[in-house]
Design a protein around this ligand. Structure first.
Ligand code: AHN
Ligand code: ZN
Length: 331
């Protein structure tokens, strides 16, 4: 590998070129970053405000007014960015025997393009904080600033950028519903079934356009924490190792290697699984995993601490800029 040598070589070239052309203008700083970004600048303040807005509705538990209002906000926002919005509504049977009305929200850019990329996140939030020890606390719904709203907030900012900047590929941004109503850990009776990711399971069986295809997909789940670490998740590696490679390499080139770590982790059942297995679209999951915690997730996961306190602009920037760059590099 000549990477380090090539890197310093490029730095020297860049620096000498700059000093030569800029000998009289003292105000300009020398640029030592050799990587030439092709994507527009991702605005982390903007992404942060979209997360705040979702959280301001309260917990977005399906079949509640806060959920309905937030859904309206997300659809209106995508539409305001010039996306063609389709809402997929359905009723699914849940483990508690109840029928739950779900709403997957899709915003498409350049719908006529055959080559498409799929970006997705879940927009619902968990009805109970079952990682809390206190029985009173664990029955309360979580705010899901990180678990849910962060991925959606980053993708809304991506959508805002796509309003004024046009990549080669068409882009579909998909907000899945009912990801996070898997059976509570405090439930005594385990009911066999696939109760996580029900919105994506539904969509994968019946996509919003018949026979929907995309070159590949990227799922963002819990991408806001200050100390986030993104590792190469096993199912992403199984179905889409080349996409993991592309995304992690891009992140590292852009200087985000601290977060996008070169390490493989175990499997997560997340929205990328139905999309991989049922739709055969190679998909990866960018998800904050913690190898030292017993759950494998961050300490605020499925607790009442999943609030704006755990959202960090620098993490949002790393993820958002990486995703934008991958989109704009794709031909
Ligand atoms: C399971 O815990 C089985 N899957 C994690 C998917 C998830 C929940 N992502 C966010 N919340
Ligand atoms: Zn969750």
């Amino acid at each position: 590998m000549n990477t380090i040598r090539d890197f310093s070589f490029l730095c020297i070239i860049a620096f000498s070129a700059l000093s030569a052309s800029c000998s009289s203008c003292q105000s300009q700083k020398p640029v030592s970053e050799p990587y030439q970004q092709v994507s527009p600048d991702f605005d982390a303040d903007s992404a942060f405000s979209y997360i705040e807005k979702q959280v301001s509705f309260g917990p977005r538990v399906p079949m509640t007014p806060a959920h309905a209002d937030c859904g309206d906000y997300l659809a209106a926002k995508l539409s305001s960015f010039g996306a063609k919005v389709i809402e997929q509504k359905a009723t699914v049977k849940h483990y508690n025997g109840k029928n739950i009305e779900i709403r997957n929200i899709i915003g498409s850019f350049q719908g006529e393009k055959e080559k498409r990329l799929l970006l997705f996140a879940h927009w619902d939030s968990r009805p109970f904080a079952d990682q809390e020890n206190d029985p009173v606390k664990r029955n309360r719904p979580i705010l899901g600033a990180d678990d849910g709203a962060s991925g959606v907030g980053v993708l809304l900012e991506v959508a805002r950028q796509l309003q004024h900047n046009t990549p080669e590929c068409g882009v579909d941004i998909l907000f899945f519903d009912l990801e996070d109503w898997g059976q509570a850990e405090f439930d005594d009776h385990y009911i066999p079934g696939n109760w996580w990711c029900m919105g994506s399971q539904h969509w994968a069986k019946a996509p919003h356009t018949p026979d929907y295809k995309a070159k590949f997909g990227i799922l963002l789940d819990m991408v806001g924490a200050p100390d986030a670490t993104f590792m190469r998740e096993s199912e992403s590696m199984r179905y889409a190792a080349n996409i993991v490679e592309k995304v992690w390499r891009t992140a590292s080139k852009m200087g985000f290697g601290q977060l996008f770590i070169d390490k493989k982790t175990g499997s997560i059942y997340d929205d990328h699984i139905p999309v991989n297995q049922i739709r055969n679209i190679p998909c990866i999951d960018i998800i904050n995993l913690k190898s030292k915690s017993s759950s494998g997730f961050a300490s605020h996961w499925h607790t009442l601490d999943d609030t704006m306190q755990n959202i960090n602009k620098s993490t949002l920037k790393s993820v958002g800029q990486t995703v934008l760059e991958v989109i704009f590099l794709e031909k």
